[in-house]
Design a protein around this ligand. Structure first.
Ligand code: SAM
Length: 239
């Protein structure tokens, strides 16, 4: 059980940052970063670019996945001392395939009634869905697939989920993927008989594009235009 947390004004803000275009940051996020006492960042070099763009100078501390638990203890102490602490991941919304969830859970467990606020903003997940042109009344988000153990099982489950004759009647499955593995993923989906995939690439950046087709068509596109196998990808396996 944690200790009661009523005496201090300490606050932890979980701040979403841009996923490419530095203008994609909310006024509230900027104000929070300007007013906090310290910023914890997944990578201080990455966030420094954003802070420089908006002329924000603050003490920075690294908090990546490997040190989340240890840093959480430190943040609890700061909150108890009344400090305002902001946490940002490298891009998008913390906690979404990024560090942040363990930090929040630990602070909540250790400080009853801790003030933890969400400063919402960009996420590759919602940006991709907003321009995919798909029926997204329902979807399943799986983030990054496991590289080895469990990968084939998960892929088979995805192929099943998107089938129109599945119990759900076919539901889009959203994945994050790196450029190194995008072609491998498409080949795997092709073998499993997946008929349609939508890829949102380089969202909010100059080369943003959405591609749709069978896995074989998308592989042919990447073979013809190797430049487009660069950048960051959201993959939506569609019914
Ligand atoms: N927390 C982030 C969010 O809210 O979207 C996601 C972080 S995760 C470590 C990074 C992955 O998100 C990338 O490998 C890619 O799949 C996806 N991603 C991030 N930025 C993107 C962009 N600009 N365009 C397409 N996908 C992106």
């Amino acid at each position: 059980m944690g200790t009661p947390f009523e005496q201090t004004q300490g606050k932890l803000s979980i701040v979403a940052t841009p996923i490419g275009n530095l203008e994609d940051i909310t006024l509230r996020a900027l104000r929070t970063l300007k007013e906090c006492d310290v910023i914890y960042a997944e990578d201080t070099r990455v966030i420094s670019k954003l802070l420089a763009r908006y002329e924000i100078k603050k003490p920075l501390q690294r908090l990546d996945a490997a040190m989340e638990s240890k840093r959480a203890d430190q943040i609890v102490e700061r909150l108890e001392a009344g400090e305002r602490v902001a946490f940002v991941s490298d891009a998008g919304t913390p906690g979404i395939s990024d560090p942040g969830a363990r930090l929040v859970a630990q602070v909540r467990a250790q400080l009853l009634g801790a003030k933890i606020e969400a400063i919402p903003g960009a996420s590759a997940l919602t940006a991709a869905l907003s321009i995919a042109g798909l029926d997204t009344a329902e979807f399943i988000f799986l983030g990054f697939l496991p590289h080895k153990k469990g990968r084939q099982t998960t892929l088979k489950q995805i192929a099943e989920m998107v089938r129109k004759d599945s119990p759900q009647g076919g539901i889009p499955v959203v994945l994050y993927e790196s450029p190194h593995r995008i072609e491998k993923l498409l080949k795997e989906l092709e073998v499993l008989g997946v008929s349609r995939v939508t890829i949102a690439r380089e969202l909010t950046k100059i080369h943003e594009e959405v591609l749709s087709g069978t896995p074989a068509e998308l592989l042919a596109h990447f073979a013809a235009c190797p430049d487009t196998v660069r950048g960051e990808f959201v993959v939506i396996v569609t019914p």
